[in-house]
Write a protein that binds this ligand. Structure first.
Ligand code: AKG
Ligand code: FE2
Length: 339
């Protein structure tokens, strides 16, 4: 059994200041002041009170991150004991949930001699550079899954939120989707495709994931700011329900400066996936009516990220974790010792 880890930058880096739409790093008050005081001022954080409110936000976010694993495990166990599913069948992946076109492209990807060129002939469209759109689920399955997620939302069960940028949404591992749904979807279906499309980004070595559902409605979140994912390859499936606008947009890879980037809008039809490199910058435009639910799977390749943590851009400093952590692994140095 692999032992998955987190990078310690999780407690210092990529802290999102919603009010200023700014990601920051915090290691000490002096470092923070020298790195951000001016930038924050230019974004409207002018007074000491506003600045102190920012520091307060950062401290509480770091505290939240430190308690996250324990609280998540607690929620998971309460959900397991008390939550009654509406559609029990959606928790175990079956081929009947999948669109026939998706099954075909996976079948092709598993053939001897399958190539990127051959696969691209079967995929509906390349919506932006190396961003692919194709059907994944049936409409019936999308409807059942949304009904299940809404049933969970309405329940008394405790809820964890996917990340600091989403205030609504559901962590699917807490709800019990990891073992029999997301893991086989990644391993049996998405890895063969990603191996051909993204061999340079760890696509052949996907071995863990973080999966969640995101939700946008008029009284809650409307949009998602421009960001990259803590993932090598991301699957994003539109589940419905009815909504207007809310397209995804893609810029460039995270290494490219923003002023050299042109964004491309990508229409996302219900039941279709958008598959992209995790570090390809993107966001979601505001919806203007209705309710939009998406399934997002951040897929990780330990072989890739053990060398470079995409969040701090350094060799990761590993911290033990429960579950998949952030997809890093302790590599066994002493496996074949000759004496
Ligand atoms: O709302 C969406 O479709 C985008 C979600 C996303 O990019 C993310 O959660 O990482
Ligand atoms: Fe994302």
């Amino acid at each position: 059994m692999q032992k998955f880890c987190t990078c310690s930058c999780y407690y210092t880096d990529n802290i999102f200041l919603e009010q200023y739409k700014l990601h920051v790093r915090f290691t000490s008050e002096e470092q923070f002041k020298s790195d951000y005081r001016q930038v924050l001022q230019s974004l409207g954080c002018a007074t000491d009170t506003q600045y102190n409110a920012v520091l307060e936000k950062i401290h509480s976010e770091v505290e939240r991150r430190r308690n996250l694993e324990m609280q998540s495990a607690e929620r998971k166990s309460i959900i397991k004991e008390t939550y009654k599913a509406l559609h029990q069948h959606v928790y175990s992946l079956q081929e009947s949930f999948l669109a026939p076109e998706f099954v075909e492209i996976v079948k092709y990807s598993l053939e001897d001699g399958a190539s990127e060129q051959g696969l691209l002939q079967l995929i509906t469209s390349e919506a932006a550079p190396r961003v692919y759109r194709f059907p994944v689920f049936t409409q019936d399955f999308c409807r059942d899954l949304v009904e299940e997620l809404e049933h969970f939302e309405r329940s008394e069960a405790p809820k964890g939120r996917p990340n600091t940028m989403n205030n609504y949404g559901i962590l699917l591992n807490e709800l019990g989707f990891d073992e029999d749904f997301i893991a086989p979807l990644r391993e049996l279906y998405l890895k063969p495709i990603s191996s051909l499309l993204y061999p340079d980004c760890g696509g052949k070595w996907l071995d863990s994931h973080k999966a969640f559902a995101v939700k946008y409605t008029l009284n809650e979140d409307l949009e998602l700011s421009y960001h990259y994912d803590n993932a090598e390859v991301t699957l994003n499936v539109s589940l419905g329900k009815d909504f207007a606008d809310g397209n995804l947009y893609f810029g460039d890879m995270r290494q490219v400066p923003l002023n050299e980037t042109e964004c491309v809008e990508v229409e996302h039809l219900v039941s279709e996936a958008v598959l992209h490199r995790g570090q390809h910058m993107h966001g979601a435009l505001p919806i203007t009516s209705g309710c939009r639910w998406n399934l997002v799977v951040w897929m990780r390749a330990s072989r890739q990220r053990n060398r470079l943590c995409p969040m701090c851009n350094r060799a990761p400093t590993l911290q033990p974790s429960t579950g998949y952590g952030d997809g890093f692994t302790e590599e066994d140095a002493g496996l074949c010792v000759l004496t």
